[in-house]
Design a protein around this ligand. Sequence first.
Ligand code: LLP
Length: 416
Amino acid sequence: MHHFAYRDGALHAEDVPLAALAAEVGTPFYCYSTATLARHYDVLAEAVAPATICFAVKSNSSLAVIRTLAARGAGADVVSEGELRLALKAGVPANRIVFSGVGKTERELSFALVSGIRQINVESIPELEALDALARRMGRVAPVAVRVNPDVDAHTHEKISTGGAEHKFGIAAADALDVCRRAHAMAGIEFRGLAVHIGSQLTELAPFRAAFAKLRDMVLALRAAGVPVAHLDLGGGLGVPYMAHQEPPSPAAYADMVRETVGDLGCELTFEPGRMLVGNAGMLVAKVIYVKETAAKTFVVVDAAMNDLVRPAMYGAHHDILAVAPRAGAPKPVDVVGPICETGDTFDRGVVLPPLAPGDLVAFATAGAYGAVMASTYNGRPLVPEVLVNGEMRCVTRRRPSYDEMTALETLPNWL
Ligand code: LLP
């Protein structure tokens, strides 16, 4: 459920016509809907209550988006010092921030300890040992969860599966009990519990169920061995519909499965959702530059490209493409492409769209997650603006940089 809809033949974000925003900020631009963010957060929070929902900042690191969620009670899941600083700057209380990732540096861990964050999810023995030593040197105690690799197939795209034995993430279940016992005994570590995250865009509950069941067995084994376990961080990963017929499990069904697997353990629960909070809350709006007919095809060339939204090029991902003001006339199959000099710069092939002409606007749906955050300036293209809508209100929360700003960090060597 989202708040992008046609009114009188024109696509709106809440009460604002996307065409009006295009006139105000130029194209391409990302547009986010406050009502959609709020709804997704509230539905999940209600389903899994009581729990701490730490928004995975990697999915959308706009300060305005983070703050919108934080204002409703969200914490943050961060994977770098940069994300930790963004979360703090957006107003997320440190005690609601968890830090994940296989390669946290000493500098990052030290900043996390100084900031007093809720929890560091440790992913290897070397990391645990380094963190223990660092915390003791700093005269602090690091709150830690051990991330378990449950060796479960998430049944999602291989590039975003993270819970298999062949993946770099977490500590194998067979070793994790021993690692937790060690963590519990370390002077620089406060052992809080276990964490797991098996992948992203999961469209079935079964892999979650298998992973959480393994976690449950581990909690019981740890307690039997005298190691108290008070917290479980169940990660993110619940998928969103990218096409009309897709129906990923509802937050309610997900919450029921959580209760069935770990509900009786008396643990405090944390979740790290990204995509399900922000995916449907954003669209990328672009303008048609040319319609190019060849012997083989009709190409609709738009002013957004793979540098602005890389998911189709990178994962073969599908984003529905909508005409912002559909013209009358017979729809026909077209390839929607960007201006970048690679064939991979193709958003969709053979997609059936209403007639389009230069100057018309199109919107790429479900672009709120892993859209703007994965953008680059490839081909000398400025990062696109981000606009947050709230009812009739709108704010350009990130403006388009000037070409001078794009080179502002560069220096020419004195021999040139
Ligand atoms: N927690 C951890 C430890 C993660 O690694 C991730 C995502 C999340 C939470 C949030 O997962 P979500 O709820 O959003 O599924 N760029 C890819 C997705 C990469 C996901 C990486 N980890 C894409 O565009 O599909």
